[in-house]
Design a protein around this ligand. Structure first.
Ligand code: HEM
Length: 129
């Protein structure tokens, strides 16, 4: 919970870390079933990725969680990820959030926060690595 804010912590609104973990799991099921996105994840250790992605989203939706993974610009650099890929990826997260009955208001807030990372993921702001 967020002590100095009337609204509950955004992480609580998506079901806490356990709920978020299930949502992220479902998101990657959808991503891997998407022919345009699946090739990016060939050979990737998905258990670890689900864990790190859950931690990352938890860290941007709660003041209490720290992200301990790799720098987002570095981890996505050189993979050829376009804005279209980014949008498609986020749409699978949206579907997973909806499937877990997260409110439209909370979904909007999560998407707004993630949008701030699109340049890092697509390399648009990545001039020197
Ligand atoms: C909001 C968008 C995204 C976020 C927040 C995000 C976040 C992350 C995080 C936290 C990791 C794990 C870093 C670590 O292991 O320490 C990761 C890895 C990865 N991401 Fe993303 N990602 C996003 C979008 C995408 C998209 C659109 C693609 C490709 C279409 C992608 C492909 C990958 C791949 C292939 C890895 C695994 C790298 C490896 O372990 O070798 N990501 N991402």
């Amino acid at each position: 919970m967020n002590a100095d804010n009337a609204e509950p912590d955004l992480l609580d609104q998506v079901g806490g870390t356990d709920g978020l973990r299930r949502i992220v799991d479902e998101m990657y099921v959808r991503v891997l079933a998407d022919n345009e996105l699946a090739p990016f994840f060939e050979g990737v250790e998905m258990d670890k990725l689900v864990r790190m992605q859950t931690e990352f989203i938890a860290s941007i939706t709660s003041g209490d969680i720290a992200y301990t993974g790799a720098d987002l610009t570095k981890v996505h650099a050189g993979r050829g990820i376009t804005r279209q890929h980014f949008t498609q990826f986020v749409s699978h997260l949206t579907d997973a959030l909806e499937a877990h009955q997260v409110t439209p208001h909370a979904i909007d807030q999560v998407l707004g926060k993630l949008a701030m990372y699109s340049d890092k993921v697509t390399g648009s702001a990545n001039v020197d690595g």
